[in-house]
Design a protein around this ligand. Sequence first.
Ligand code: HAM
Length: 417
Amino acid sequence: MFKAPRGTFDILPQEQPYWKHVEEKAASLCRLYGYQPLSMPIFEDAQLFTRTVGRGTDIVEKEMYIFQDKSGHELALRAEGTAPVCRAYLEHGLFNLTQPVKLYYIGPAFRYERPQAGRYRQHHQFGFEALGEADPVLDAEVIEMACRFFLSLGLSGVSIQLNSIGCKLCRPGYLEVLARHYAERADSLCPDCKARLTRNPLRLLDCKNASCRKMAATAPKSSDYLCPDCQLHFQGVQGFLEAVGISFQLNHRLVRGLDYYTRTVFEVEPQERGGQSTLGGGGRYDDLIETLGGSPTPAVGFAAGLERIILNLKRQNSDIPELPRPVAFVAYLGPEAKVEAMKIASQLRKAEIAAIMASGDKSLKGQMRQADASGSAYALILGQQEVRTRNVVLRDLRSREQETVPLADVATMLKSC
Ligand code: HAM
């Protein structure tokens, strides 16, 4: 028997209300803030991710799904959404439009991680990106938008962690003092961090190992090493957030797991925190588009994982709207009635009334069981006599009351129900 590959899963019909709820809230949020939808391919040139997400990151080093197609091109399943958005921005000349260009996407991302609750090899992201503007008001707006999204879903108690990691002018100086801090204590570093010391010192701050965490607590803070422009920008972000009443916690250890960030970085944590709990993360990536061959183009964005959102909605027993159910289940008794039932079902659908046609020549009892299981509001029952008199029995499946009505009137009656 085949099974879904490890770390992937099917989303069965009973799970779909959660997914539709989150997707609808995401789309209506983006309408509110003026973001337009963008759909991107599921695979890209592998270099798109290695160049932007960064060679020293877990995503690029350990987690990408890379393959060669039949003509030898090296492709990768989408590992995240930001680099593909920037690729599309450049490819379609969106820099010629009035800036900033605001785009959003919902779709799968693939990372070869060790699967556990909240961490999968195929997960789904809702992300939004504002490209072509450096103003800190936009960083604050993106953070406000992330907050409003979780609030609109009914997730209470989310918190914002915020930091600034500077720009290409001030970060090298910070990385030097940071690396020195760790180098002086190198004996107590975990093997991964020993490698990070030379390859990606910023990631030292993010290590979960107990002794590395201890070192992170006393490590120099990036915000103390910002150049005047980055300082001003960070103050701006905080000021605009305060102006709209968004509370946040400054977190000097927050660095994010992708290399393209500059200045603002932030993460959203749920009420109940734990290993794989971060609901979403984002920040500014002012150099990414230039890395891809474009002109210097500041940008900022955010992405959240749908699986983690749904996990939290379930934990909080949130009310989720049901998906629309069929209106009518059309049952029949005998071959003549079967043809008539098929015709009625077809007419109902023509009139935009959702209808399920019985099949398999089951007993009436069996058909009524099927009608109940389908969640239909009404059953239409046709026997020999109904066919002859051009009537149909209309049964309300909740109250179990029924009446005989003319076949010709049934669509109009159901439409008004
Ligand atoms: P990220 O933090 O790598 O950022 O992923 C965003 C969110 O996707 C995470 O906070 C988490 O909720 C979810 N996620 C990531 N990996 C997994 C996984 N293996 N299983 C389940 N959920 C996962 C980015 O990808 C950036 N592109 C975000 C961004 C947008 N930055 C600027 N714009």
